[in-house]
Design a protein around this ligand. Structure first.
Ligand code: SF4
Length: 411
């Protein structure tokens, strides 16, 4: 029986929910009664490069995949409801939602329909219709399909605001095991192409103001966590190399959701490893904004993050010889290494130091997390930790009650 567009929307927006590279994919607001529901219509929210929060129609063009990746709900061997939209149907949905003010943009991904070229060609057609026929200037994030002709990737890049290729898994070996139809090199090639096209486009725009922009929002990727035996050390090193080589804006980690059974998948029967995902995001933050290096946070001998403490705290406990740091003397970079002190409070400390010495009370007013910082600092020469500076003692003083533990925001 022929599916209606709303039936297709329901299947394809639901199928897109496992892709987290469009930031807040977990948005779940509203219910089945009353007015407004962000999930049933496939609406999610994301942050643009300039910091605005925009609502997007998040949808797959098709979930009818010819590939059979072990971890994926849409793999060819699964018996799930399938749907495919014509490019014109996605365009119609986007324009209708946009006109009704439901969305400000589109997050478009797709399973592999027939082959990568066929899929990417259709996605480019959607973008072309939106931009050039309907004059749609809203935000568009589109997935680049690995293995597609570079010309198609280029066309998409000049029409979209952001592009991403999912790296999927941290190593070639893991990819071979769980997604044998994918090829590590084919995943990296569009990333490389996009990096060069972005540089070229910036150079061209310096010479000609009207030169077209190539993915002005940059590129990102997504990695599945916990579907293989790869350690946090491996994941972090892969992430660090990806940031370095392809100037990625962001790497999204996605805790493996056990939806399939497969001899190559781990036997996870409980919830997805969300705390591990959270620790990796904290470490990623340290690499990008706190001047840490992947090799400082984990080693081959200690390859996984401690789930009890955030990575910065663990680094501090393992380098206790570098503490206490005198808050009125250390550099900005050193301030950032103190647990409980974030970028904003480090700037506030530096600003006050120009006028007068910072006291312990001043730190409280600056909203420094003294609960953690007090074991690692002196203020005007005085130590406020109250216990001897031994990692084991600090650990037990800091350990939160196990039940109902709250995830601490990284400072
Ligand atoms: S290519 Fe793999 S991950 Fe992507 S939709 Fe198909 S089966 Fe799923």
């Amino acid at each position: 029986m022929r599916q209606t567009i709303l039936e297709k929307l329901s299947i394809l927006s639901d199928a897109a929910k496992y892709d987290v590279s469009c930031a807040s994919s977990g948005v779940d607001r509203g219910g089945t009664k009353g007015v407004g529901n962000t999930t049933s219509a496939g609406i999610c929210h994301t942050w643009t490069g300039d910091g605005r929060c925009v609502s997007l129609l998040k949808i797959l063009m098709t979930n009818d995949c010819v590939y059979n990746c072990a971890y994926c709900l849409n793999r060819s061997q699964n018996d799930v409801p399938r749907a495919s939209c014509l490019p014109e149907e996605i365009v119609e949905l986007t324009m209708e939602f946009y006109r009704r003010n439901y969305i400000e943009g589109l997050f478009l991904s797709s399973a592999i329909e027939k082959n990568p070229d066929h899929t990417m060609e259709r996605m480019v057609k959607i973008l072309d219709l939106l931009r050039n026929t309907y004059g749609f200037y809203g935000y568009i994030h589109v997935k680049a399909i690995p293995g597609a002709n570079p010309l198609l990737i280029e066309q998409a890049g000049y029409l979209a605001d952001r592009m991403s290729v999912n790296i999927e898994l941290p190593t070639k070996e893991s990819l071979r095991l769980l997604a044998p139809q994918k090829n590590h090199r084919a995943l990296l090639m569009p990333m490389q192409q996009m990096k060069h096209a972005m540089i070229e486009s910036k150079e061209n725009r310096k010479k000609f103001r009207q030169a077209p922009k190539f993915t002005p929002g940059g590129q990102s990727t997504q990695m599945i966590i916990g579907a293989t035996e790869d350690s946090d050390y491996t994941i972090l090193h892969t992430s660090s190399a990806l940031y370095r080589q392809f100037s990625l804006k962001r790497i999204y980690f996605s805790a493996y959701v056990p939806i399939n059974t497969d001899k190559n998948l781990p036997a996870i029967t409980s919830a997805p490893p969300l705390l591990r995902e959270h620790r990796l995001y904290q470490a990623d933050w340290l690499l990008r904004y706190y001047h840490f290096d992947a090799g400082e946070l984990l080693t081959p001998e200690r390859p996984n993050f401690d789930l009890d403490f955030d990575p910065k705290m663990i680094w501090a406990l393992n380098h206790i010889e570098q503490f206490p740091m005198e808050i009125n003397k250390v550099s900005f970079e050193e301030l950032l290494r103190i647990p409980g002190i974030g970028v904003t409070s480090a700037y506030k400390i530096l600003a006050q130091r120009k006028v007068k010495a910072v006291s312990y009370e001043d730190l409280q007013k600056m909203r420094v997390s003294l609960k953690r910082a007090k074991y690692f600092i002196t203020c005007k020469g005085k130590y406020y930790g109250g216990i001897s500076m031994e990692p084991a003692l600090i650990r037990s003083a800091l350990l939160p009650p196990k039940e109902g533990e709250q995830l601490s925001f990284l400072l």
